[in-house]
Write a protein that binds this ligand. Structure first.
Ligand code: MG
Length: 460
């Protein structure tokens, strides 16, 4: 059980070691009962319904059966969506008026991992305080206390719905400021690398709907990932080559559950995951003015863009849900994370690589420019990363010690410590999943960013 990692972002582990059909069945049953307690008085339907979907992992089918079994056996109805992108499932929970959802995906983790993520009736992941309450409920001591005391007349009913992907695509095509006809006329040649994740179904379909000539690589949703599934430049050499060889206009790479998007320019260069959100932001702000949201470790190029459009940047702690909640509360037109996570609220308040593709093609069409030229308009900054292995008990002491590191910087203590200078910053925080402290820095040169990281590391 200690190999099962529970955090506000979900429950994950290596299949067979941390995460097993046995434990996921119990956790799913608990989630069903938890949502029933929260919604039984406010819903006019007789039963609570939970939507379930998965990414393409080879262990997904086994876990899907156990999750569905857990839910049905405590009297919860289930809508099974099959292999879908995570943003598709989130949107479907809201559209189907279900009281929640369970997503079986380990996102960008290697193939041996799997995980459960929990979705609320509003089509967003459980808010942090609700997730904390749920985690408390399924603590090791409590998890065995599931009683399957539903009788045969009240057992849950399962139905299947394989239209979710298509509804998601329609919703993207209806984004009010997206000029779908002009994109279709441009007839872009696009390479898509879905790494044999869930994106193999939705991404090429959307691109074809947008009139693109699509070259698909790794489009089979087999869960046998064609390369390391985290969409980072070092893992994307194959698509870079294919874009160049085919003289494509753009390449898109997604992670297995399709919430992170990385762009390859027409020259075959991976332009870095930070640019996905920055470029999408520039399109959206041309049509809808409003403050933008991103996390504390995402690029300060957001500040440049915000200034250009006369809006503000709201910075949140790391974690998609923190960004989503801030966007909802501030009615923001666009936001997301620098790791390729674009949140377009016209579709839903969640990271969505598929919506991101449409926005980026829309931006190329509107500006009548190549993607490399659009990227070169954004100020170039450089990141550096370091980590310190640390005993978890010493973590808070270290962070207290770190408070006085830089007297000449502005200190932000929202999530760890972020020291902000003019045109550079360094962010020090505890990892949510490992006994380490992470150090991130961004500056106008790579040397400067590395120096900041090294300085922090040597002083701690
Ligand atoms: Mg993901």
């Amino acid at each position: 059980m200690q190999d099962l990692m529970m955090s506000v972002s979900g429950i994950r582990g290596v299949f067979g070691k941390g995460i097993t059909p046995d434990i996921t069945m119990k956790i799913a049953a608990q989630f069903g009962l938890f949502q029933k307690e929260r919604y039984h008085e406010t819903t006019d339907v007789e039963k609570i319904t939970i939507a379930v979907g998965r990414d393409s992992r080879t262990t997904g089918e086994a876990l899907a059966h156990s999750v569905i079994s857990g839910l049905l056996s405590v009297g919860i109805d289930v809508i099974w969506l099959g292999i879908v992108a995570t943003p598709t499932l989130l949107l479907s929970v809201k559209e189907l008026k279900a009281q929640g959802g369970i997503c079986i995906t380990a996102s960008h983790n290697p193939a041996e991992w799997n995980a459960m993520k929990f979705i609320d009736a509003n089509g967003m992941f459980l808010f942090p305080e609700v997730m904390a309450e749920f985690l408390n409920r399924i603590s090791i001591d409590n998890i065995e206390k599931v009683f399957h005391n539903i009788n045969w007349q009240n057992i849950g009913q399962k139905r299947e719905d394989y239209e979710a992907t298509w509804r998601h695509i329609q919703k993207i095509l209806e984004i009010p400021y997206l000029d779908v006809n002009s994109i279709r006329t441009a007839k872009y040649k696009v390479v898509i690398d879905s790494v044999n994740g869930a994106g193999g179904v939705i991404s090429p379909t959307l691109l074809k709907e947008l009139g693109c000539q699509v070259i698909e690589i790794n489009s089979e949703p087999t869960g046998i990932f064609a390369h390391n599934p985290e969409p980072l430049a070092k893992n994307l050499t194959q698509i870079c080559k294919v874009v160049k060889e085919n003289k494509a206009d753009i390449g898109f790479a997604t992670d297995p559950d399709v919430d992170r998007l990385v762009i390859i320019d027409e020259k075959g260069n991976c332009i870095g995951e930070e640019y996905s959100l920055l470029l999408a932001t520039k399109l959206v702000l041309r049509h809808k003015k409003g403050d933008i949201v991103t996390n504390l470790s995402s690029s300060m190029a957001s500040d440049n863009i915000a200034k250009e459009f006369g809006v503000n940047v709201i910075r949140t702690p790391i974690g998609e849900i923190n960004v989503s909640v801030a966007m909802l509360n501030n009615n923001c037109p666009i936001g997301g994370e620098g790791n390729g996570g674009i949140i377009c609220p016209e579709v839903n308040y969640t990271r969505d690589a598929v919506s991101g593709m449409a926005l980026l093609l829309g931006f190329m069409t509107e500006r009548k420019m190549k993607i490399s030229d659009l990227a070169s308009e954004i100020p170039k900054y450089y990141f550096a990363k370091e980590k310190i292995d640390i005993n978890p008990d010493e973590m808070d002491n270290i962070l207290i010690k770190a408070q006085n590191l830089f007297k000449d910087a502005k200190l932000d203590t929202t999530d760890g410590l972020k020291f902000v200078f003019d045109k550079k910053w360094v962010h020090i925080r505890k990892s949510g999943t490992e006994p380490i402290i992470r150090i991130f820095a961004e500056a106008q040169t790579i040397e400067e960013a590395e120096q900041l990281c090294k300085k922090v590391k040597s002083l701690l």
